[in-house]
Design a protein around this ligand. Sequence first.
Ligand code: EPZ
Length: 440
Amino acid sequence: MDKFVVRGGNPLLGTIKVSGAKNSALPCMAAAILTEGEVILENIPQVRDIETERKLLVSMGAEVELGYGRAQHRTSIKCAVLSDPVAKYEIVKTMRASSLVLGPLIARTGIARVAMPGGCAIGGRPIDLHIKGLEAMGATVTYDHGYLEARTPNNGSAPLKGAHIVFDKITVTGTEDLLMAATLAEGETLFENCAREPEVTDLAALLIAMGAKIEGAGTSTIRVQGVSSLHGARHKINPDRIEAGTFLVAGAITGGDLNVDCCDPSHLGALIAKLEQCGVKLTVGSDNVRVRSGGGILKASDISTEEYPGFPTDMQAQYMALATQTEGTTLVTENIFENRFMHVNELNRMGANITVNGRTATVRGKSDLQSAAVMCSDLRASASLVLAALVADGETILDRVYHLDRGYEHFEDKLRGVGAQIRRMGDVFGKNRRATDIAS
Ligand code: EPZ
């Protein structure tokens, strides 16, 4: 089980490049299910969740090429025949992909059989709003030994019907999943209280390129006119705003001078505003942001996670690491997920001073962090621990970094490229150590 070894103390200097957004690529890959034509996606990140989705699509009968050649990072997906339209548990259990293939599968084949996605470290992650929306579109949903089976009207032989759907809660993949289903429904579907995340807009751009008729993506009201079929298309995935945000915090927490390149600053408004309130110096370009600590002491500034364009829940853990290095008390309120403070105990083991009361963590800074052996628990908590280790005194060992590999491409290589002392270790017996680990 891979570990990271991180020696703190180096300011990050230079340019670090952002990859494509995992949370855009996943729904866009699922959208290929909607057509027999070839869907080509560029700027795909080389992360574990993408590989999992490739396996899932292939298991259903899709032809998937996935290349990460120097210029490529692209995938070609052809779902000409879906010989086995089932999202199998052994594949989806590692990543809740079923919540993104349910809608496209039922829209394309009339019948979808998907393993119920389990919860994860950060919460129960229900999909009741996905199911409620499909039922509003005429689907019947039954449950069978951990699998959900959804059929369109007439036992799967007729298309879904357009409906008026108001989401009880704002859900990103719920909006994406049902948006995909509505593209092939009969008639018009009006969605209200939709997620406005850039990943929804990115998916809609692909669907429109495939021939879908969609208005309002990126706002809370989306209108879809169903069509009888969609065709293939080529689409470039957005830069990953959470990876970019993670690197901005890395530059700030290490007191460096870091240019975060190939990103879309317009997707980072809430984080940029918050970092500036802390006293971080940011220079915003058209596709990059330069971050400098500004030399002075950073000031505490509270955050409360909200749906986009509010402060993103996916940046909460990373910001908390920075908050340990600011003067004063920071209140961190997590409004989206019920259990997204798994990083708190590990940060406290490194010398942070954080207490949790319900949905609010109180961070008292500035703490001198010390190296320790810590455990990664989920994707963004893992990133938080790396950020803390970059400023801790000594050498921190992070275990279970496979969580990071799900959503950050070559994380340690990118950080080492701008001066971080970080390397990956295989298991303790070094069975699968890479030459670079030993050399560095
Ligand atoms: C997406 O998850 C992202 N994942 C998450 O990123 C992100 O944290 C989250 O949106 C919020 O921005 C992908 O896009 C693959 P939600 P999603 O549905 O869609 C409740 C990462 O780190 N809810 O917007 O699953 C839910 O429990 C990951 O990259 C229901 O109650 O999140 C939560 O409290 C982590 N019923 C809230 O809504 C439903 O049917 C928001 O969840 C669906 C959701």
